[in-house]
Design a binder for this molecule. Structure first.
Ligand SMILES: NC(=O)C1=CN([C@@H]2O[C@H](COP(=O)(O)OP(=O)(O)OC[C@H]3O[C@@H](n4cnc5c(N)ncnc54)[C@H](O)[C@@H]3O)[C@@H](O)[C@H]2O)C=CC1
Ligand SMILES: O=C(O)CCC(=O)C(=O)O
Length: 387
């Protein structure tokens, strides 16, 4: 029996995929697995029972990845599962920034008791007029799951699309429309584009990526869209530029005291992934990842351990070993198993950065004594008997 907990509401269609071997518990203490969306986990005590965290979403900046890895906790995310939801909101953001749609709606509400509203509206509508996105230049920074969808859809909306991503994956490159112009210097996007949208993860290397210098290069008519994370943009500099009329609008999905209410800012309450479809997709993928890890030891879409898949175990036993990515580990495991007269029938060892993962199938039962000896090896972070 495994215990799991949800640190945020997770769609039922996903949780329904847990079998009777899984029990939902209220507290992280005692849980084997946790599902999370945006809840901040950095200050949480991570119990020794915790084996896996699944982020039902893309961004993992709310999770202490290295702390989890050091405790032998595998962190998963659900790449692409909410990308379409975000893409659609990015287009809404572009349209909201292009005409004063919100101002127009507010005007209608304020004049709802005016019997003459239809006639007055015809006089007032010039105050809310704007421009079209067709024919304009869009710069997409970050061509992952979301960036590719935004870039491709924009080409169909008649936009001239520039794409920048020095680390683009082969898969994303295959999916990117050939109409998207590849940009190798992001400054070309800052200088040339009418709309600039950022879709990169929040990392030390991307924090405040759109800084005062970048903003200074932009056209006075530029519209910047941020549906990724607020800390990717120097928002103080952004608000100053908007106030000085140096750029036109900043659309953000991350409310804070700097941007909400500031001139030229259009802010939504982190709604990018808040669609029934995205929530369902993320929950389903997250639960499948957790189940495959708990039941088979397989890792798919981890952000702190390597992916590793040996299918279902068909031998007498399977042990999973989470360890530091240092030399000499495998020899020590096979020595312990050999001394216990246990034959290895299959094994895989994969590494990702400082961490590595070994899955070992054996022909006879693994005793507690053997597990203790494996656990006692230096640089082993966790040993788990899968079967
Ligand atoms: N507003 C919302 O509700 C949501 C926000 N997000 C945010 O959007 C981000 C992107 O999501 P996905 O597209 O699904 O992630 P992804 O991992 O598929 O794509 C990220 C892309 O950014 C690229 N990248 C990394 N560093 C870069 C740099 N310095 N310059 C240019 N490109 C760089 C990567 O190569 C990758 O292709 C997430 O990390 C998350 O923070 C994601 C989903 C929902
Ligand atoms: O779960 C959510 O609503 C947040 C989505 C998000 O920001 C992400 O997936 O990175």
């Amino acid at each position: 029996m495994f215990n799991y907990t949800c640190l945020n509401p997770i769609a039922g269609v996903g949780l329904d995929l847990f079998s009777d071997d899984y029990k939902k518990v209220d507290d992280l203490a005692g849980a084997d697995a946790a599902l999370v969306r945006s809840a901040a986990m950095h200050d949480l005590d991570l119990p020794d029972s915790l084996l896996a965290v699944a982020r039902a979403g893309a961004g993992v900046n709310n999770i202490p990845l290295d702390k989890c890895a050091d405790k032998g906790i595998v962190v998963f995310n659900t790449p692409g599962a909410n990308a379409n939801g975000v893409k659609e909101l990015v287009f809404a953001g572009m349209l909201y920034a292009s005409r004063d749609i919100v101002g127009g709606i507010d005007w209608c509400l304020a004049n709802q008791n005016d019997d003459n509203i239809a006639k007055t509206a015809e006089k007032q509508k010039k105050n809310f007029a704007g421009t079209e996105i067709s024919g304009k230049k869009l710069g997409v920074i970050g061509l992952g799951a979301i960036g590719v969808l935004v870039a491709n859809a924009a080409t169909h909306m008649g936009m001239e699309v520039y794409g920048y991503d020095p680390y683009i994956s082969v898969n994303a490159a295959w999916n990117l429309s050939r109409s998207v112009k590849h940009i190798s210097n992001v400054e070309d996007i800052y200088k040339e584009c009418d709309y600039i949208t950022i879709h990169v993860p929040l990392l030390d290397s991307t924090r405040k990526m759109i800084d005062a210098n970048a903003i200074a290069m932009m056209k006075p008519t530029a519209i910047v869209l941020n549906f990724a994370r607020d800390l990717l943009v120097d928002e103080e500099a952004m608000v100053d530029a908007l106030a000085a009329g140096k750029i036109k609008k900043y659309v953000s999905d991350f409310p804070n005291t700097t941007t909400v209410g500031a001139k030229g800012c259009i802010v939504t309450p982190h709604l990018g992934a808040s669609t029934a479809e995205s929530e369902d997709n993320c929950a389903i993928m997250a639960v499948r990842e957790i189940r495959d890890y708990m039941e088979n030891g397989n890792i798919t879409h981890s952000v702190n351990y390597p992916d590793c898949n040996m299918g279902a175990c068909t031998t007498a036993g399977r042990v999973a070993i989470l360890h530091k990515n240092v030399k000499g580990m495998i020899g020590q495991y096979t020595t312990v198993l050999g001394e216990a007269d246990i034959n290895v029938s299959d094994m895989t060892n994969k590494a990702k950065g400082d961490y590595a993962y070994a899955l070992i199938d054996v022909d006879s039962q693994i005793t507690d004594d053997v597990l203790k000896k494996l656990q006692a090896i230096d640089d082993v972070l966790r040993v788990r008997l899968v079967k």
